[in-house]
Ligand binder design. Structure first.
Ligand code: NCD
Length: 361
């Protein structure tokens, strides 16, 4: 077993749900009275390493740290750092983590945050790893539900769009699977469908999900509709993307079929999946959701820095040096020095970085 000595947030499921709820409640309190928290991170430095484009996640993290009285270092374009000279992930993150008290990282490869945590010298927060996970977006979504619906249970949640490549919906399903009476409706096409491993997690929790390719049919039964962008950067070719990019679009007409107490969320950026005439509908919650993101990140930074050193398991499966993860986008395919670790799953093996399943024991 390989452990970390730091309180990382790589996957929400590494922490008990009480911990997430504590963060969400604290975020709600900060939202109501931010001045009370304006000095709690004085003297602390946060590093933000964004290897992939970002507006909200990056700036809300930075604004969060500044509003807590802390300061920032980092890059938002690896081309201007030593990454451009060929530096590997381990060396960059090891060094930066020795300059900072907490490090936030976004990376295009699945499993990158876990890989960095293997050698980092401060807590790491996963701000998105390829199409895998985006735990801080899920905390944002939970705060939005908590404040706008007043509950995190007994909800019918429609997830619409690119459920295959969208990390936000993967993280949300994994987290909410354990809450009472959550029912998911996957509104997608077969090409953009939810990965099987996420469906298996839902089934293991007894969390119900149905699949309905029609947004128009599904919308009337929902408490929350979560629209997502077709993830252009995850497609092998422009043609494949073009064939699917316009399959779902929420407009005023479709929204008319939604209940009066429906809320519409979107992690943003929006491309063409929500028309702008929806923005003024009181049920459109995506701009407020993005604002909540800053408060949830303030709460998260505070919570981690209150107790930054905590022994947490990172790799618990078997190290199999001769095996290679079949996901071409897995971090182990790019950073060859990483120990290749797999968990047994019947006849299959599951990569501990990206959750890809491969044949053979
Ligand atoms: C999302 C992401 O990066 O995964 N954006 C965000 O963090 N708010 C969604 C997306 O890019 O489509």
């Amino acid at each position: 077993m390989i452990m970390s000595n730091y309180t990382n947030l790589i996957d929400l499921n590494d922490m008990p749900s009480e911990w997430w709820l504590k963060v969400v409640r604290l975020a709600s309190d900060i939202f109501d009275d931010p001045a009370k928290y304006s000095k709690v991170c004085e003297g602390k430095i946060m590093a933000t390493l964004f290897y992939e484009p970002s507006t909200r996640t990056q700036m809300s993290f930075q604004a969060a740290m500044l509003r807590l009285g802390g300061t920032l270092i980092g890059f938002d374009n690896p081309a201007t750092s030593s990454v451009a000279k060929g530096e590997n992930l381990k060396d960059t993150t090891k060094i930066v983590s020795s300059y900072a008290d907490i490090m936030v990282m976004r990376h295009p490869s699945e499993g990158a945050a876990k890989a960095a945590a293997l050698t980092a010298d401060c807590p790491i927060i996963n701000a998105g790893d390829g199409s895998h996970l985006h735990p801080t977006q899920t905390l944002t979504d939970m705060l939005t539900l908590y404040r706008e619906k007043g509950r995190l249970e007994n909800l019918t949640i429609g997830l619409c769009g690119d459920l295959k490549n969208g990390r936000t919906v993967h993280s949300m399903c994994k987290a909410l699977a354990g809450f009472k009476d959550i029912r998911f409706v996957f509104i997608s096409t077969p090409e953009l469908g939810m990965p099987q491993y996420i469906k298996d997690i839902l089934m293991a929790h007894g969390c119900t999900f149905t699949e309905n390719p029609s947004l128009e049919d599904a919308i009337g039964g929902l408490d929350m509709l979560y629209m997502t962008r077709v993830q252009k950067e995850r497609f092998a070719s422009e043609e494949q993307y073009n064939a699917l990019k316009d399959v779902y679009c929420l407009d005023r007409k479709k929204l008319m079929k939604g209940r009066p107490d429906l809320i519409v969320l979107h992690p943003l950026p929006r491309v063409d999946e929500i028309t702008m005439d929806v923005d003024d509908d009181p049920r459109a919650m995506f701009f407020k959701q993005a604002k909540y993101g800053m408060f949830v990140r303030m709460a998260l930074i505070m919570t981690i820095l209150e107790n930054p050193k905590q022994s947490m398991p990172l790799l618990t499966g078997e190290i199999k040096s001769g095996m290679c993860c079949s996901n071409p986008n897995c971090i182990t395919r790019k950073e060859a020095y990483l120990p290749r670790s797999f968990k047994g799953l019947g006849d299959l093996l599951e990569c501990e970085y990206c959750d890809e399943r491969i044949l053979g024991r």
